[in-house]
Write a protein that binds this ligand. Structure first.
Ligand code: ARG
Length: 304
């Protein structure tokens, strides 16, 4: 009789422990309700870090970004802005890490690069989040293509209709409200502009779009900012802001990449965007001048 009771109690305790463990594994860290990312689908994802906080490799993570050319990273302007100091960060304050799913690890093929320069829309406003788009130029970048762990991703060239399933990934906050060590990814859907506008009203500015799940539960979150929203293997958005994370009726707000396509395309490499238009101009001027003098000389000689 006593044995029976003990046995029963034992089983009950066992069950309790098992259930608790199961429940814990069920709520393991993820973007908000996502799953562990696979390398093949996130080779373009980079971790943008504050150098001075990254002495413990991985601890300086502030934002995500997408490699869109060998040395060019698309991100959010607010990732480059120090809100406390009300100024943009200097390129030397940042480092960019790519090729590792675990932000604390540094496996073979991981690239750690300094930032040689950056661009952001000068109309960006940290209050309204207007024009929250920026580009970083990497000092090291992709020296030779490393299709196993790092590869650039293309921008979408067409408008993505509402209701399309997209992927968002990052090391941002999870349900446990801390940043994730492992890169997480989640499926979210593009949301009709009208619906988005009725939710965020005048907060929704041109160049912003909604994606998420209206029933809540799955979303990007703090620390995912700057990371790409991907549809059919192309970037259509950049994580920008939201009210809380994964709240029902409050989807995430993303930068509409299509809207800024020209601006993004025009920022292409430090050498090209800074030096070479100047060089190009002086070169054309010089060429013009030479042709001009030659013509004058020629016509003078001819006249004479
Ligand atoms: N601004 C956040 C960041 O800096 C991203 C917030 C995204 N929020 C959301 N509910 N989707 O990381």
């Amino acid at each position: 009789m006593v044995h029976g009771l003990e046995l029963g109690l034992g089983c009950f305790l066992w069950l309790l422990i098992c259930c608790k463990v199961a429940a814990q594994t069920d709520t393991q860290p993820r973007i908000i309700n996502g799953s562990v990312a696979r390398v093949e689908e996130t080779r373009h994802l980079v971790s943008i870090r504050l150098r001075k906080h990254d002495n413990n490799f991985g601890s300086g993570h502030i934002c995500g970004g997408a490699l869109i050319a060998a040395n060019k990273v698309l991100t959010a302007a607010h990732c480059l802005y120090n809100n406390g100091r009300k100024r943009y960060r200097r390129p030397s304050e940042l480092i960019v890490v790519m090729g590792t799913l675990n932000r604390y690890e540094h496996p073979n093929g991981t690239i750690v690069s300094e930032v040689s320069s950056m661009a952001y829309m000068n109309t960006f406003s940290p209050d309204s989040m207007r024009d929250d788009v920026g580009v970083l130029f990497l000092r090291k970048g992709l020296i030779r293509p490393n299709p196993f762990s790092v590869a650039p991703i293309q921008l979408a060239r067409q408008v993505t209709p509402a209701g399309r399933v997209c992927q968002v990934a990052g090391w941002g906050r999870t349900e446990q409200s801390t940043l994730s060590n492992i890169l997480m990814t989640a499926n979210v859907s593009t949301i009709r502009e009208q619906t988005c506008r009725s939710i965020y009203k005048s907060g929704l500015l041109p160049g912003m779009m909604c994606a998420g799940r209206l029933q809540g539960g799955t979303d990007s979150c703090q620390g995912d900012s700057g990371g790409p929203l991907v549809h059919e293997g192309r970037v259509i958005g950049v994580v920008s802001w939201g009210y809380g994370c994964a709240e029902p009726g409050l989807p995430g707000v993303y930068v509409d990449v299509q809207y800024y396509q020209q601006w993004i395309d025009e920022r292409s490499g430090v050498a090209r965007s800074r030096t070479s238009p100047g060089l190009g101009l002086s070169f054309s001027l010089l060429l013009g001048l030479l042709t001009f003098t030659a013509t004058i000389q020629y016509s003078c000689r001819y006249k004479r």
